[in-house]
Ligand binder design. Structure first.
Ligand code: ZN
Length: 61
């Protein structure tokens, strides 16, 4: 299973288009996984400007 990270919002997907922001700019060169359960109360989510729960990459190159 090949997963890619959106270079725009860091969301991890196996689609060719990011389901969150509809960007087709996806990279398979990413590191770190962040699972956000509660975006409103998560410090990580705030830092990364994530507004919805999901699995995100820490760094996308
Ligand atoms: Zn995206």
């Amino acid at each position: 299973m090949i997963k890619k990270a959106c270079t725009n919002c860091n969301f991890i997907t196996k689609e060719n288009v990011c389901p969150k922001c509809k960007s087709s700019s996806l990279s398979d060169d990413f590191s770190g996984l962040v699972i956000i359960f509660d975006a409103e109360n998560s410090v990580i989510a705030k830092t990364m400007k994530i507004k919805e729960k999901g699995v995100y990459a820490l760094k996308v190159r």
